[in-house]
Design a protein around this ligand. Structure first.
Ligand SMILES: [Zn+2]
Length: 488
């Protein structure tokens, strides 16, 4: 969530745009080119919206490096000059491809990859999805997946609520079939090899992603890890997939290590790259959110998950509770005006009945709680709006709960947790970055890991560098560590 925004600013209908792009892209199979003119037009239209949704582009040397590697892979795949590669400012580990050959890779993924060849393997896999026209072929499946979203829309007639309900159903969760994954793996391996990289890097890449998945499970708890829209969610990693990749790499006849992986170039390229949360968007740590610039924090109850996006923090809870946290300016009419403007923006033409309005103090801040029932011909949903004033700035939760369910106690807990943080606490929320290091003679894994910022130092170091615990360091070996950015 970024530092400032209007309370009712709506990002322009992402879901509609995605569906539109898929329809535009056409559903005929067979003779279609990998990137048709219609695909290109749809991709170009979707591009700025996707960037806004997923944290914007991350500029810097790393993104230039990514573009350079991507271009050469695209050329090998027969798509010279037709693909757009973008590094996304998100610490979620993911990559995805959109018709029109718009390919996105997060800095989270770039952080855990260990060589140029592994990066090329990810990009070649995504180009494989484009060449296979996989998004277009799974159109009917994605329509099914958005059914839940559409139901909310029919139910409330509100685009904005639909967007909140469907935010998690965006492209990060677009899943391909197993067969499509295999095809993308096979095509990707071919492009990787033809571009002159070690084909075994594709296995290293799959392993690095698997190791990251395991790290998340161990450090964040299984349920929470499962809820994060990581690459492993959208590209299920099975043993079979690893075996297939191994077999395909062997079939090239190139011995392992005969072609370059370019570890040194890669590690140098990601030196100084932001790692973890961007302080401009705030820090999500498990069920807690804290923003060092806005100096605010809240904590969601057990069973809830938080996802940071530039527009808002998306909140999901048990029993289908969904909502968001965002902020804006306190208008002249105070929290009452703020809440009513927000409700109008959220609900549009949908009929609703306010059931309760209550002024309160929450951790020393003036707050206004509004409960409403949103009606349609088909039923009801409960809406809870909590708005807070901190100086000139207003913040709010808007939560939607299942039809006819009484607002659960968990919502009270969430709404009661909003607070300001002290300057000291804000200073403790420090951004981290990747630092490129070379192992020198006598260095140990434990010694290097102890320089890592944050918890789980050893496990984090091993995951970040794709290492087994007992493999000794080789002098001169390029490695990554994560350190706090800027002066203490
Ligand atoms: Zn894939």
């Amino acid at each position: 969530m970024r530092s400032y925004r209007q309370p009712h600013r709506t990002a322009n209908g992402l879901i509609g745009a995605v569906l539109g792009a898929m329809l535009l892209a056409g559903c005929s199979l067979g003779e279609e080119p990998a990137v048709s003119q219609a695909d290109q037009a749809a991709g170009a239209e979707l591009h700025p919206q996707l960037l806004a949704q997923f944290g914007g582009a991350y500029d810097g040397d790393e993104s230039e490096y990514l573009r350079r590697v991507g271009k050469s892979i695209a050329a090998t795949a027969g798509l010279d000059g037709q693909c757009t590669f973008t590094l996304v400012n998100s610490d979620v580990v993911n990559a995805f491809a959109v018709p029109g050959c718009y390919i996105y890779l997060t800095r989270g993924l770039m952080g855990i990859v260990n060589s140029e060849a592994e990066l090329a393997a990810v990009l070649a896999h995504e180009v494989g999805h484009i060449v296979g026209r996989h998004s277009q072929r799974q159109q009917s499946r994605s329509l099914w997946r958005t059914i839940g979203v559409v139901a909310v829309q029919v139910f409330t007639g509100s685009d904005r609520l639909t967007q909140i309900a469907g935010a998690a159903a965006g492209l990060f969760t677009l899943r391909y079939s197993r067969q499509q994954e295999y095809e993308a793996d096979d095509l990707g391996l071919r492009y990787l090899h033809k571009s002159g990289y070690d084909p075994f890097a594709s296995i290293d890449m799959l392993r690095a992603l698997g190791q990251h998945e395991l790290f998340l499970m161990q450090t964040r708890g299984r349920d929470e890890a499962r809820s994060i829209p990581e690459w492993a969610r959208t590209h299920p990693l099975t043993d079979n997939r690893l075996e297939r990749a191994q077999g395909a790499a062997e079939d090239t006849g190139v011995p392992r290590g005969a072609l370059p992986e370019r570890e040194v170039d890669y590690i140098r390229a990601v030196d100084d790259m932001l790692y973890g949360d961007d302080p401009e968007q705030g820090f999500v740590n498990g069920r807690s959110f804290a923003h060092p610039v806005m100096r605010i924090a809240f904590e969601a109850p057990e069973g809830f998950t938080l996802t940071n996006s530039p527009q808002a923090i998306l909140i999901e809870g048990p029993g289908g509770i969904r909502g968001e946290f965002a902020g804006g300016q306190v208008p002249a009419g105070g929290l009452e005006e703020y809440s009513s403007v927000l409700l109008r923006a959220l609900l549009g033409e949908a009929p609703f009945a306010i059931t309760d309005v209550r002024a309160a103090q929450v951790n020393g801040l003036p707050a206004l709680f509004t409960s409403a029932r949103v009606r349609s011909g088909k039923g009801e949903a409960g809406l809870t709006l909590g708005a807070y004033a901190a100086g000139d700035t207003a913040y709010h939760f808007v939560m939607l709960s299942a039809p006819r369910a009484a607002a659960p106690a968990a919502l009270d807990e969430l709404l009661g947790s909003f607070r300001l943080i002290s300057p000291e606490e804000a200073r403790s929320l420090r951004p981290r970055k990747i630092e490129a290091v070379r192992a020198s003679a006598g260095d140990t894994v434990t010694a290097l890991a102890s320089r890592m910022a944050g918890d789980n130092k050893l496990a984090h170091f091993l995951m970040l560098n794709g290492r087994e615990p007992n493999r000794p360091l080789r002098p001169g070996e390029p490695l990554k560590i994560v350190v706090f950015d800027g002066p203490r």
